[in-house]
Design a protein around this ligand. Structure first.
Ligand SMILES: Nc1ncnc2c1ncn2[C@@H]1O[C@H](COP(=O)(O)OP(=O)(O)OP(=O)(O)O)[C@@H](O)[C@H]1O
Ligand SMILES: [Mg+2]
Length: 269
């Protein structure tokens, strides 16, 4: 187990999830997507959620975002219950096409700022300039989404989330559709940017490597309905972990946890 970094034990719980259960009503009955999730995320911490397909990862993020409601349990940000979407949380989706195609890069950002924050004019321009330079998009500010590569579009989606300056960033497999090179570049950028901004991250992925590169802690969920199977706290984080023996060992442990579910699922079906 990792020793807390100096001051870390003092950091307060930004996001508190207690007994979170989520259900969907369908024509074929009620589906339980999540069952009794407990999780605390400290301020500035990067927590990655891993788990088999359909275990409720997106559902968890959507409830934290306030897009969907829990059947039971609670989500609090800074001790206050989440009752809907709010400017303290921003969501980055997996899809490339989450931008408005009729707006330029800076247009997409200024629209978000105006609608979500009520910020316009000089103040908006300043915030947009700052965030575009942070994600390395300043040169492309006047282009439209169709003029950008997939990786650049994803960068704009991240910039649009960051410009709102949310305390909590929610990312649902944002890099899943990218090539390996763009993906590792953006992972490094997320690490760099969040080290700068101190924002709290809840990040969903299917990639064990990505979880190891990004996660201060990695939460492995069990197969549907999702429960917390194990929380892993690597001694070191970042890309260097992948090259170390601890990284290889963690990869093996996590793969085994995920594999157990697959086998159990097959035996049950
Ligand atoms: N809108 C919905 N209506 C009914 N059932 C839903 C809905 N959204 C999700 N579900 C069900 O809830 C469960 C969890 O879905 P969810 O999308 O949260 O899983 P996930 O872990 O994100 O999966 P994946 O890794 O494939 O993205 C699944 O059984 C899914 O079929
Ligand atoms: Mg999902």
């Amino acid at each position: 187990m990792r020793q807390p970094v100096r001051g870390e034990e003092m950091r307060h719980v930004k996001l508190q999830i207690r007994g979170l259960t989520a259900t969907y009503r369908t024509a074929r009955g009620t589906i339980t997507a999540l069952n009794g999730i407990d999780l605390d995320v400290r301020e500035g911490e990067k927590v990655v959620i891993l788990g088999p397909s359909g275990c409720g990862k997106s559902t968890l993020l959507k409830i934290v975002a306030g897009f969907e409601r829990a059947a039971a349990g609670s989500v609090c940000v800074d001790g206050l219950p989440v009752s809907g979407p709010g400017p303290d949380r921003a969501f980055v989706f997996q899809e490339f096409d989450q931008l408005f195609p009729w707006l330029t890069v800076s247009g997409n950002l200024s629209f978000a700022l105006r609608v979500a924050r009520g910020v316009t004019g000089r103040e908006a321009e300043r915030a947009i300039d700052e965030v575009l330079s942070l994600v390395g998009l300043s040169r492309w500010r006047d282009l439209y989404p169709h003029q950008l590569s997939g990786g650049m579009k994803m960068r704009v989606a991240i910039a649009r989330a960051l410009v709102l300056n949310p305390a909590v960033l929610l990312m649902d497999e944002p890099f899943a559709a990218l090539d390996a090179q763009s993906r590792s570049l953006l992972q490094a950028e997320v690490n760099r940017m969040l080290a700068e901004t101190g924002q709290t991250l809840l990040f969903v992925t299917h990639s064990i490597e990505e979880a190891l590169v990004l996660g201060d802690r990695i939460v492995v969920l069990s197969a549907s309905p999702g429960r917390v199977r194990q929380i892993i706290e690597p001694a070191v984080t970042g890309v260097t972990l992948l090259e170390r023996p601890e990284g290889a060992e963690l990869r093996r442990v996590i793969r085994q946890l995920l594999e157990q579910d697959r086998v159990a699922g097959e035996m049950a079906s």
